[in-house]
Write a new protein. Structure first.
Lengths: 440, 141
């Protein structure tokens, strides 16, 4: 096994649980599950009530499979109990609050005790170690600092790892690029769409990216094709990080250098895959919605939280030696999907179509409209300097190619519109991909 | 020899052209020739200006997608048949004209026509061989 100071290895002392034999891990999980259910039942009226109406008590949980008896928790439950209704610790023990952006109505609030913060830090250290980062790395943290969990989550993890953190937060592209070059950043944490934006501007400004070797990308779904494009274009390795404020923030699961799925830090977060319609737990390998249960969270235990993220779960031991089960990279959310003319469409499919074309960076926006009862999908694609030409012919053939690729992948025609770049919309972090103007 | 042309991608929205003109006016940039190729939902604006590099920087800053290409500015006699003679010379040498437009100002007794070729160097040789004057410094005109 590699030692911690070896720059080629990713093993950090905190990573020990990553390599636990499965049996030992399962014992630990059961022990923690029982105590978390007990805590939720004893301290949170919401969970107690939910269990009581089903005739369940903490004693009903004797095996890991018994978790399936417990009801799901959904995002609306957090809104309904806003702000502190699901807290299991008194405020004197809570050391931090975070909140989600809350795209519709009230945000959701999450809480941490000192022990929760410690766990969060440890799982982030393990995530960074998965990417092969270590002491001596200079990590530019371009996730937003503030109520959003991304910034502080990555920050404390990177510090605990022993790396040098540049707490630059999001936005201000020019300054990001200057700092990246002048401070010799070797890794960056940001959304993949923002990274594409940085690369685009960086090329124009002739920024030297040569020291950068790792991108830690999360907070929005992205495709394998996009990773390939980023890696080919920039020579850096792009890794996925998975997280959710409701569970802890970033650090629930991370890819290792084999880039073959994300290891779930399942000594703290127990994963299940369910059929989103029936709620049934699916067998290993089946695609469905990811459901997570926190196994150690004190301030805000979460029992069977429905993430709305679509993935699969695999238990085969990874080539890296970690025994932790892996989720496939999340390319879509079960509520991301839209139906147009009877066809299920995920924005990631449009992205895949765009990535097939040479030179296009996938900055796109989908607008759905309905005219005379007929659905129409417009795909607006930004014309970047890479694809722009002073010749009409070149732009017309680009337009035709995009339409062709989309039809190839989706099986339906989209109306493609070439638009001017809208730098602002994508510097804000998460890219908004779909606007549905249909009045149904 | 060749002059720099700035081309700008414009989507079909009102005010786009005015935004470009405004950005240039603020920097005191003078437009020497201009043409707009308009398609159903986008257009390409092509400009010859007195300071192409500044123009490019200013428009990029304003958020436009901009490209700089080399075009050929030729003095064409301002009389009936002047353009035909020029084009005949190109045709004989099988040089394809991508597109062309005329400048706002004249040069003495001649009109100035801007040509976009794929084979720039050969086109210039042919035009010169036909006794035409190819401008090299449009900026100081």
């Amino acid at each position: 096994m590699n030692t911690w100071n070896d720059p080629t290895g990713g093993f950090h002392p905190a990573s020990a649980p990553d390599y636990l034999p499965r049996k030992q891990l399962a014992e630990l999980q059961l022990k923690r599950l029982r105590s978390i259910v007990e805590r939720a039942y004893a301290r949170v009226a919401f969970f107690r009530h939910r269990m009581e109406v089903r005739g369940l008590t903490p004693e009903s949980i004797t095996r890991l499979e018994d978790l399936g008896k417990l009801p799901f928790t959904v995002k609306a439950d957090l809104r309904d109990t806003y702000p502190f209704g699901l807290f299991a610790s008194p405020m004197e023990e809570i050391v931090r609050l975070h909140a989600s952006s809350g795209t519709t109505g009230k945000p959701i609030v999450v809480a941490y005790t000192q022990a929760d913060i410690e766990v969060w830090k440890q799982v982030m250290v393990r995530a960074f170690a998965c990417y092969g980062l270590h002491r001596g790395d200079v990590i530019q943290n371009a996730y937003g600092y503030g109520l959003f969990t991304g910034g502080l989550g990555a920050h404390y993890g990177a510090e605990a790892l022993g790396a040098t953190v540049i707490p630059i937060s999001g936005g201000n592209t020019e300054r990001q690029l200057m700092v990246m070059q002048d401070f010799g950043a070797t890794a960056i944490c940001c959304t993949p769409s923002y990274f594409l934006h940085l690369v685009e501007r960086g090329k124009e400004m002739k920024v030297d990216f040569s020291k950068m070797r790792v991108g830690v990308f999360g907070a929005e779904p992205w495709s394998e094709a996009m990773r390939q494009r980023i890696q080919e274009d920039t020579g850096i390795r792009g890794y996925d990080i998975y997280g959710l404020s409701e569970i802890i923030g970033p650090g629930i699961a991370a890819e290792c250098t084999h880039q073959d799925g994300l290891h779930v830090f399942e000594d703290h977060f127990y994963p299940e895959i369910i059929d989103p319609d029936s709620g049934e737990v699916l067998p290993e390998g089946a695609e469905g919605e990811l459901v997570l249960t926190t196994l150690s969270k004190q301030a805000m235990p979460m029992i069977r939280y429905r993430t709305r993220d679509v993935t699969t779960l695999a238990s085969a031991t990874c080539a890296c030696g970690r025994t932790l089960r892996r989720i496939r990279r999340i390319e879509r959310r079960s509520d991301d999907m839209f139906i147009i003319r009877g066809v299920n469409v995920f924005p990631s499919q449009v992205e895949a179509a765009l990535l097939r074309l040479k030179g296009t960076l996938p900055h796109y926006h989908i607008v759905l409209t309905r005219e005379h009862g007929l659905d129409n999908m417009e795909v607006q694609v930004e014309v970047t300097p890479e694809v722009f030409s002073d010749k009409i012919r070149a732009l017309e053939s680009l337009h035709a190619e995009i339409e062709h690729e989309i039809e190839q992948i989706l099986g339906i025609r989209a109306e493609v519109t070439l638009v001017e770049p809208r730098t602002l919309a994508r510097s804000e972090g998460k890219a908004k991909r779909v606007t549905d103007k249909r009045k149904i | 020899m060749e002059v720099a042309q700035i081309s700008i991608f414009l989507e079909n929205r009102s005010g786009g052209l005015a935004d470009v003109a405004d950005a240039l006016a603020r920097q005191g940039i003078s437009i020497k020739a201009i043409t707009l190729a308009d398609m159903a939902d986008f257009g390409i604006l092509r400009l010859i200006v007195d300071d192409p590099d500044l123009t490019r920087a200013v428009l990029k800053e304003a958020g436009f997608t901009v490209d700089k290409t080399r075009v050929v500015a030729v003095e064409v006699p301002d009389r009936a048949g002047g353009l035909r003679d020029t084009l005949q010379a190109l045709k004989r040498s099988e040089i394809n004209v991508e597109y062309m437009y005329s400048a706002a100002r004249r040069s003495g007794e001649s009109a100035i026509i801007i040509f976009r070729f794929d084979e720039v160097a050969r086109a210039i040789d042919v035009l010169r061989g036909a006794g035409l004057k190819v401008l090299d410094r449009f900026e100081t005109m």
